[in-house]
Design a protein around this ligand. Structure first.
Ligand SMILES: Cc1ncc(COP(=O)(O)O)c(C=O)c1O
Length: 382
């Protein structure tokens, strides 16, 4: 069982998730999972270390990790790509900032579907652009994109970019092929670049499925820059390895103008781990998603029993849940109270933008026992 965890081992695991708040606190905040990194990855990394092969990797194709990326996109999403259209970077946010700085004019507007992963805001602001909110709609069937509002903000000549979090963190929305077609159409009519962060692409619950934004049509491939990684899937964010892909004849050459010195050489162990994950990870991913699916339903049960005032729309993807605590009347930042009174570390909704007032983000990638303890402590805090 993937979430059959040794609680002591999890709690003493080095890293920000469990170290930041100390041993008495249950951590359900940053997006790392309480699972063991699969043995086919640790063994590949150990083997590389023990072989002494820690020198320079290859600069020229064929580069194993690019081949692995190409094969994975084909196998998982039926998406045909060329390795020459892919650039290795250290992490997704580096790729995001680079795409924004390269492809959008300074001072231009970048549309985000809010609430959204906090570094989207900081990256846009640090690059001297401004973000434009297109708030997600809470519907009976879950979260949805507001296309009428998107049409109106996209028409502003100051707006240059549509930034997608696909699947969406923190709401877990999976955009469908039809959604993506509408987005590409809006981008095409308003001459916008689509930058799609697809780091959560493997963690999607049936019947939903991930469709890479760039894969849906020739038009989409010419409008889209995709940024992704295997690090979220295999719980190895510390190994730093990600990819920027575009087939666009316009954006590709612009992105490639950056000197390789500015990106830096990419961590060899991150590449070894990524190749091992994508070559051997299918069964493990299926087991992981089944375990997360169980937890996503367990969380519904726990909340309706212990915290009925919390509104939770089960995510269609990711191991993150977006909890609306406003009915509990805990003020703007309930995470503060859950930490101080309940000894549970969650993410404050305030970091995810204006819609985050009175919300928290809870990471349910843990054992069912721990998840139960987390919600029990939250309830006890009240
Ligand atoms: C949507 C999204 N993008 C990017 C990242 C971070 O990726 P990286 O560590 O590769 O920058 C995360 C991490 O949680 C995320 O949820």
């Amino acid at each position: 069982m993937i979430f059959d965890l040794d609680l002591d081992r999890v709690r003493n695991r080095p890293g920000i998730k469990w170290e930041r708040h100390g041993n008495d606190v249950l951590s359900a905040w940053v997006a790392d999972m309480d699972v063991e990194v699969p043995s086919f990855i640790t063994e590949a990394v150990i083997e590389r270390v023990e072989s002494g092969g820690l020198g320079y990797g290859f600069y020229d194709e064929p580069i194993p990790v690019l081949e692995a990326f190409k094969n994975r996109m084909h196998k998982a999403f039926n998406w045909e790509i060329q390795t020459s259209d892919v650039i290795r970077v250290h992490d997704v946010i580096q790729g995001l900032e680079w795409a924004i700085r390269t492809l959008s004019p300074v001072g231009s507007g970048i549309v985000v579907q809010t609430p959204v992963y906090p570094p989207f805001y900081s990256t846009i602001e640090a690059s001297g652009r401004y973000w434009v909110a297109n708030p997600l709609l809470a519907t009976e069937d879950g979260w949805a994109l507001d296309f009428d509002h998107l049409e109106s903000v996209a028409a502003d000549p100051e707006v240059s970019t549509l930034l997608l979090c696909h699947p969406h963190n923190p709401c877990g929305l999976v955009m469908t092929q039809e959604d993506l077609a509408k987005i590409v159409d809006i981008a095409e009519r308003n001459d916008l670049v689509v930058v799609s962060d697809e780091i959560h692409c493997d963690l999607v619950y049936t019947p939903h499925r991930h469709v890479p934004a760039a894969s849906i049509s020739e038009l989409a491939s010419q409008r889209t820059v995709t940024i992704t990684a295997a690090t979220k899937t295999f719980n190895m964010a510390g190994l730093r390895m990600a990819f920027v892909h575009t087939e666009s004849e316009r954006y590709g050459p612009q992105l490639k103008e950056i000197s390789t010195r500015m990106i830096g050489g990419i961590n060899g162990l991150g590449q070894v781990a990524t190749v091992a994950g994508w070559e051997h990870g299918d069964d493990w991913i299926a087991e992981l998603v089944a375990g997360l699916d169980h937890n996503r339903h367990l969380l519904s049960d726990l909340l309706s029993e212990l915290l009925p005032g919390v509104v939770y729309r089960r995510p269609q993807a990711t191991y993150l849940s977006w909890l609306d605590c406003r009915e509990l009347d805990l003020g703007d930042n309930p995470a503060e109270l859950f930490l101080s009174r309940g000894q549970v570390a969650l993410n404050s909704g305030l970091d995810f933008g204006p819609e985050g007032t009175g919300h928290v983000r809870l990471n349910f990638a843990t054992s069912p026992e721990l998840l139960t303890m987390i919600v029990e402590r939250m309830a006890a805090a009240l």
